[in-house]
Design a protein around this ligand. Structure first.
Ligand SMILES: NC(=O)c1ccc[n+]([C@@H]2O[C@H](COP(=O)([O-])OP(=O)(O)OC[C@H]3O[C@@H](n4cnc5c(N)ncnc54)[C@H](OP(=O)(O)O)[C@@H]3O)[C@@H](O)[C@H]2O)c1
Length: 340
């Protein structure tokens, strides 16, 4: 419990003011100066230090039924954030502690302590709790090892390979003994990084030609695992190159998130008969039991330098929205983070 220090009376936060149709527009959002209220019993007041912008937020901007409730119009949007506790009315959390919580898109957050997890800024840089050691990292780890049932010797293809999830999928596959790791990304610069920094065996720029053809050249012996971040032509190409008993983990389909009409499905699903292939969706929220193992293993690889990570950091709450647009456009390498 603590004395109330001098507190900010207002803070800025991002509201959704209309539901985007197609690509989100700046006019769908408003940066609002709002009163910072005192935390009640069991709550903490946090000054956000880093907030996350993620592709799934596009889904929450629509009213369609999903695994998580839509953002409410006229309300502050939400998302992962880490920040410093200014005031605590909760047992076990003190002012000066840092917590991971779910009230991003704002400078100050009043958080139910039950929804806040203490993090140690000495153990790892604060921003990594949103990325390589956070939600996107666990998605890569669980999606590859559990959903895709990766095993040593598998040939692995991952799309969105220079992004937060994808760059980690490829590196975990390599570290766990993949026979070949192939990635696709949206620029030649990203492709170079995949091969030269992250140790992918092959990579291609999906904007340079048909995905199916580029994948055939990059994976002449086929793929045992495809980790899908993109959907669309990538998924169809991966089914086309799938080996016997191949596995496809559907993590995301960013190529269709801004579509106004449903995209056609892959035309070659019948190949799953021939390959006895399996396609399975994954949701990171189902895999938090792997968190301790994930942090131990990935934390070790980061410390030893065997796993590299990149963050694209945008500064200022006023640029939170532009950072989100940047993720949809592909401006980021690794995790896109907003530093406040
Ligand atoms: N299922 C789960 O629980 C879960 C959890 C986290 C994330 N996800 C999903 O995983 C995927 C990656 O998420 P992330 O946080 O790591 O994001 P990210 O990969 O860091 O950023 C998104 C990337 O998508 C690429 N992209 C955008 N439009 C594209 C298109 N039309 N075709 C191909 N690539 C496109 C861009 O890179 P390029 O320059 O390469 O185009 C962009 O950098 C997303 O689909 C996300 O929804 C799912």
């Amino acid at each position: 419990m603590s004395e109330t220090p001098q507190l900010p009376s207002t803070g800025r936060e991002w509201h959704l003011v209309s539901r985007p149709v197609g690509w989100p527009q700046p006019s769908d959002f408003a940066l609002v100066e709002a009163e910072v209220r005192q935390p009640g019993p069991g709550e903490v007041l946090v000054r956000n230090a880093y907030v996350s912008v993620d592709p799934y937020m596009r889904g929450r901007m629509s009213a369609a039924k999903s695994y998580v409730a839509p953002f409410e119009l006229g309300e502050t949007m939400q998302g992962g954030a880490v920040g410093e506790v200014l005031v605590s009315n909760a047992e076990g959390i003190e002012p000066g502690d840092f917590v991971l919580h779910f009230l991003g898109w704002r400078e100050y957050a009043v958080v139910d302590a039950k929804q806040a997890v203490k993090v140690d800024p000495e153990a790892a840089p604060l921003s990594t709790y949103l990325g390589v050691l956070g939600m996107t990292g666990l998605t890569a780890y669980a999606g590859l090892l559990r959903t895709a049932s990766f095993k040593e010797g598998d040939s692995v293809f991952v799309s969105g390979a220079a992004g937060a999830v994808g760059s980690q999928v490829g590196q975990i596959a390599r570290l766990k003994g993949a026979s070949r790791v192939i990635g696709s990304a949206g620029s030649d610069e990203k492709v170079k990084l995949l091969v030269e920094e992250y140790g992918f065996d092959a990579a291609f720029n999906y904007k340079n030609g048909p995905v199916a053809q580029q994948l055939r050249e990059a994976a002449p012996d086929g793929v045992d695992v495809y980790f899908d971040n993109v959907g669309g032509d990538h998924l169809e190409a991966a089914i086309g190159q799938l080996n016997r008993d191949g596995r496809i983990a559907i993590c995301g389909m960013i190529s269709v998130y801004n579509n106004t009409e449903a995209a056609p499905g892959p035309r070659n699903l019948a190949r799953l008969i021939q390959t006895r292939g399996r396609i399975q969706g994954l949701l990171v929220g189902d895999h938090y039991d792997l968190q301790p193992e994930f942090v131990r293993e990935v934390g070790g690889w980061i410390r030893s330098g065997e796993l590299k990570y990149t963050e694209t950091v945008v500064e200022g709450i006023e640029n939170n929205l532009e950072a989100f647009f940047g993720v949809l456009r592909g401006d980021n390498i690794g995790k896109m983070i907003v530093k406040l």
